[in-house]
Structures are given as C-alpha cells and as structure tokens.
Write a protein that binds this ligand. Structure first.
Ligand code: IMP
Length: 428
C-alpha cells in the first residue's frame, strides 16, 4: 500500500502529463488505467518535449515500473511508434508492461469512428477519430481482441474471422465503404504480437505485488471527469471511465488500496469537441487565452474552446471523484487578464442552481453566474515558492479552493518539473 489516483477534473487537457511526471518521483509504479491514444500527455524535460499517448508519464524516472492497465484500449501501431521515439531519445522502455487483458484498437475501429461521426452530421461528437469509442463498444459487446489474444495464434484466426465478418458487413452495407482483408489484419496482429510480446503481462499482479511490498503506485487518469461515460456530459463524452472509480477496474485493484485521489484543474476551462460548455468565451478574452496558452490539442491539433473557471462543474467533479487533493495548473495564463471571472452558479429557467445537471440538454440551457475579481499585478510564471505568488493570484487560488471544496496542494507555474509550487505534498 498505498495507491494514489490522478484524475483530470474538467474536460481533459488539464496538464496531467506534467503533474504525473512531477509526482512520479515518489512512485515505484505508474499505471494508465483508461482511455487510449485519444489522450496526449505532454512532458518537457532535459531529454526533450514528449507527447505521450499511451505510455505512462512516469516513464522518465529510471526507478519506475510503468503499466498499461486492462482498462486502456491500445493501438499497437501507435504504442510501438511511441516506444521507438522514447528509445531514440534514450528513455528506457524496458520498464513498460502492457496488460494482456487490454483491448486492441483495430484498423476497423478507426474506420468506424470516422464513418459514425460522418453519419452523425451536425450532431457529431467531435471525437479524436482514433477508434476509441468503437473499441470500447466491442469490449462491452464481447467482440474485442485483447493483447493476450495476439499471442495465441491458433485461436486468433477464427475469432478475427468472426468479428471481421460483422464489421465488414457494417462497413460495406451501412456505410458503403471499403472492407478490411482478414489475411492482412491477421498478419498485422502476428507482427504486433512479435514486437510486443516481451511487454505483455498480467500487469495486475505486478501492481498487487508492489502494494504488498508497500510501494507507491500512481494511477494515471486520461481525459477528464466531465468526459466520463457515466458521469460526464453524455453523449458528449468519451467511451471510458476517467473518474477515480475507473482506476480500480482499469487496473484490477481493490478500492481499499486507494489512499488518495488527486484532481488536476486548469486555472480556467477548456473543452475540445462538441458539447455544452457554459463558461465558454467566444470573444477576444477566449482567443487571448487560447493564444497565450497555445490551447491546441496535443493529439489532433484542434483549437480548444476556452472559458472561465467553472466552479459548479469543478465542485461536481471533486464530489464524483472524492478528491483528497486538488492541483492547479496554468495559473500564469491568467496573469495580466483583468478582470478574472469565476462561474459560481448557473441560471436555469429563472432560478439559480449550484448543482451540475445530469443532462447535457439541460446544461446547454444554463447561463453562468459570475463572480468577478480584479486581475493581479505581477507574474506567476515559473514561480517556485508560495511567497512569490502575487497577492491577487493567491486570493484567486484560495477562492477556487473554497468553491471546489478541496485543498489545492500544488500549483503548477510552467511546463517543466521545477516550475511548481508545492504547498503540501499530496503523497506523504
Ligand atoms: P473520443 O474519446 O475520441 O471518442 O472523443 C470523445 C470526446 O472526448 C470528444 O469531444 C473528444 O474531443 C474528447 N476527448 C477525448 N480524449 C480527450 C483528451 O485527451 N482531452 C480532451 N478531450 C478529449
């Protein structure tokens, strides 16, 4: 014992990569538990700038074992490329283990993701087109191919044949698109198996052994809590469970192993893709935030929608996850912006509400109620001590803390590890 979970507490892109890398100093094991290569975790260090889509962001510390849990869906091509890029920059990936229970994103999943989005027309979700949704559909539908399956050649072929017949039927008859060849897919699976076999393990055993030896495990969430399949703004969500509950099923750990849950919040809000976003700024302030923070997707390059901090959503997320600690990123982006606004409630049908609605259609109708504070003088960029944070910025942080209902223990003031103010270490 113990294990700690790190979740994105908004709509993703909160800066989890930097935070996970920072906290991994104290971890023996770092494990991704959900999502796929729809995620893009940015880490900048002496070896370069990395955008990790599948490999846990703890990989840069030589003492860590990094796991990809059963809850993750894996595009084997993307994973292999990422591993090669890391190797080329002298990062040791021999410490990586991938769950034999993790499901593969197959080429037909990527095709279906795109075809389904096209078919949705103006109701498109704005997915990352990485095949993540269709791969989870097959997992739940018991038609998925797992990493372990590509090591077992005799049973793989008939299984793939059966699944592909159904997929090709859908692809050709419903969408009028090109079918996939069984032989080609089978060959690809064999190649993936050959490359990845040294890394494929029953990773839950590695995790459980680490706990038994009293080692620290960090469970790395991807996406954000408001994109959670159950608790997010359905249907404008991803197809996995980024919230803390997903961490236990996504790695095969008992909830009793979890000693703390850390939520990463950005000092403002962003969202990629479609769906309600009450505090969205479609004006020059939103554009200024986008440009200053370079709010463009690490995976797709899409411009992120930007807006003020939404404390109603933030408090909801703290509650859903049972946060024990909040970590705030990108405070420096608000330096020089005056005034700074925070959404403290919504107006809905003439009433003021402070509960986050469970329906996206209702959230769409909510108007933000703002509290306004003057901007602060001075800069928070690259600051490493609480004493050097301007008073106004500190007041903003304290107010967010009250509104979220959870202590803010860490403030990130830049993309590099040292650019961090640690008020209280979330990991004792
Ligand atoms: P999917 O996960 O590709 O199916 O996309 C579903 C929704 O989740 C879309 O709105 C995506 O933009 C969003 N999404 C998926 N992954 C991320 C992420 O890592 N950061 C932010 N948004 C994401």
């Amino acid at each position: 014992m113990p294990a700690y979970v790190i979740v994105g507490a908004q709509w993703g892109d909160e800066g989890k990569g930097k935070i996970i890398d920072y906290l991994s100093e104290k971890a023996h094991v770092v494990a991704r538990y959900s999502g796929g290569n729809n995620a893009g975790h940015t880490v900048i260090n002496e070896k370069g700038e990395f955008r990790l889509h599948l490999v846990p962001a703890g990989i840069f510390w030589p003492h860590t074992t990094c796991l990809i849990g059963n809850g993750v869906v894996v595009d084997a091509e993307v994973l292999w490329k990422e591993m090669e890029e890391l190797r080329a920059k002298d990062v040791d990936v021999s410490r990586l283990q991938i769950s034999d229970k993790a499901h593969l994103i197959m080429p037909y999943h990527i095709a279906l993701d795109k075809l389904e989005e096209q078919a949705r027309g103006n109701k498109a979700l704005g997915t990352t087109s990485r095949g993540v949704g269709p791969a989870y559909v097959d997992k739940a539908g018991r038609s998925g191919i797992r990493l372990g399956d590509i090591l077992d050649h005799p049973s793989l072929l008939p299984r793939l044949q059966h699944v592909l017949e159904q997929k090709n039927f859908l692809i050709t008859r419903l969408y009028n698109a090109e079918p996939f060849s069984l032989e080609e897919l089978y060959e690809r699976c064999i190649q993936w198996g050959e490359r990845l076999s040294p890394y494929i393990h029953a990773v839950e055993n590695t995790a459980r052994r680490a706990l038994a030896e009293n080692k620290v495990i960090l469970l790395e969430g991807a996406q954000g809590s408001l994109l959670d399949l159950d608790h997010g703004t359905y249907p404008y969500v991803t197809s996995s469970s980024p919230t803390a509950g997903g961490a236990c099923t996504g790695l095969g750990l008992s909830p009793m192993a979890i000693a703390g849950i850390f939520g990463v919040y950005k000092a403002y809000t962003t969202r990629v893709g479609a769906g309600p976003f009450p505090t969205e700024l479609s004006d020059s302030v939103g554009e200024a935030i986008r440009q200053k923070a370079w709010e463009y997707g690490a995976t797709t390059g899409r411009a992120r929608r930007c807006g003020w901090f939404d404390a109603v959503a933030a408090r909801y997320s703290a509650t859903v996850n049972g946060l024990t600690s909040a970590l705030l990123t990108r405070l420096d982006v608000l330096d020089g912006i005056d005034p700074v606004k925070v959404c403290v409630a919504y107006r809905l049908n003439g009433k003021t509400i402070t509960e986050f609605p469970s329906s996206a259609a209702v959230l769409e109708k909510c108007q933000p109620v703002y509290e306004q504070t003057p901007g602060w003088k001075g800069s928070t960029a690259n600051v490493t001590s609480l004493d050097d944070i301007p008073e106004g910025a500190l007041r903003y942080v304290k107010r967010l803390e009250e509104l979220i209902g959870c202590r803010i223990d860490v403030i990130s003031t830049g993309p590099r590890r040292p650019e961090t103010v640690c008020i209280r270490s979330p990991i004792p």
